[in-house]
Design a protein around this ligand. Sequence first.
Ligand code: CFM
Ligand code: HCA
Length: 536
Amino acid sequence: MSSVREKVLEQYSSRVYKNRKEHVIAIGEHEKDVVTANTRAIPGIITQRGCCFAGCKGVVLGPIKDAAIIVHGPIGCAYYSWGTRRHKAVADEKNGEKADCYLEYCFSTDMQESDIVFGGEKKLKKAIEEVVGLIHPKCIFICSTCPVGLIGDDIHAVAKWAQEEYEIKCIAFSCEGYKGVSQSAGHHIANNQLIRYIIGTGDHQPEKKYSVNVLGEYNIGGDGWEVEKILKRCGIEVVSVFTGSGSYRDIKNAHTASLNLVQCHRSINYVADMMKDKYGMDWIKVNFIGIESCKKSLRDIGEYFGDEELKARIEAVIADEEDAIRDEVEYYESKLKGKTAALYVGGSRSHHYQLLLKDFGISTVLAGYEFAHRDDYEGREVIPDIKPDADSKNIESIEVEADPKFYRVYMTDEQKAALEEKGVKINYYEGMFKGMDEGAIICDDLNHFETEEFMKILKPDIFFSGIKDKFVAQKSGMLSRQLHSYDYSGPYAGFRGAVNFGRDLVMGLYTPAWSYVKAPWKDTPCIEGTLGGDEA
Ligand code: CFM
Ligand code: HCA
């Protein structure tokens, strides 16, 4: 057993130890790297996880700019999920159709005690009426918070009523916060409704020969715009983005694209899978975080379409983008090489960012996810071994049929095998473990105590995490960067994004500010008082 891992876990009581030892492993420690994931956090352990509502409304639906999202519940959930995630979006026009942007607004029924007692459906209808009168949206989403599920308001019936009454799209999401064990349940609920009610309802065909949807790209700090810019330079049409600066206008046409690119596997693999079953559309796992990953992703797309002209154009774009950043990357690499990092984010960035760190010569000593599933760690080949439990069974898993009108076979089995020979795997994600160094610590659902203990032992130069854990590291004098919000910097995706990232790290590590401050407790004791009531 890894001594590092054991030093931290042995401090627990036997019951907690028994639970946590399955979630914390060291790479290469056993013949097979297996982790327990997507199970309930121990109550009171100070998990960093969020809830189902956060995953549905906050993550997947939140960035859809032209849908008015009404949060049905007391005001706190609407207020907290208003603008905090930094998914950027602007209104735009495409193919003569406008997509407005309502992201600045916060719509909620603001339920009160009397609504909880007597039911909130009337108030919800009133809220819809008000939203329609104010901004005339083409699409409304209703998202439930915890009390709605407890009192049993039928939001789906209200959505049906609104569709008929106002002749608009109105979809309800039963994403009460308590469902499932984390945000991940909410992703699934959002994905199910998108496939049921939106994808496949549009009829605008792509104009270019090669077209894609970008799945699991949420435009945090402008990442999605960077990715779209590169794809367009290569001559590839982006039909829709799920869901960063995405729109109901575009998502309804997603079935007309030729290929799905999956950036964040955890939050959206359900859509990729269901679109495969329904429309025959393949997906490839891409990663636009990191220079080498970006190059590989673009080349994989070229190989998938197999067109020499497209491949040549992709090479030209790669050469040009690399030329433009070479000097800066070399400089930042000279300052960052040999440093170590710990990464702890939601369900995919702890993997993606390891590859960008590698570009700068930084190695990863600890990585973990808040709510990923085993396939995100170990690769999709373990999916058949994952046993459903009461919590996962509680989230509806829908089966879709091949669409008689739109189903197409994009590639023969021989073509797929030939692609695989070239290192391009279709409808597959290898997970985080395979590229990691022997001995690196993996921690699923890391908690506050383990964070402090691992940081003390591993002493990474940089701790990447979120707002809840950032300051634990920062106050101990360790550089800490948020990988959710990028500490309000970014974009970090693509070639230019890599430079922004390198610059931010160098700035953080080499700032002289820390040498000017001395923690007060280093000079004077902070606690003064008396013992047993006597004068000290
Ligand atoms: Fe996917 Fe995300 Fe993430 Fe995620 Fe998130 Fe996020 Fe994240 Mo915060 S969809 S799993 S639920 S990449 S909001 S944009 S940063 S925890 S690692
Ligand atoms: C969420 C959103 C979040 C939170 C970020 C953080 C985001 O999980 O509900 O904890 O710093 O990226 O905004 O992941």
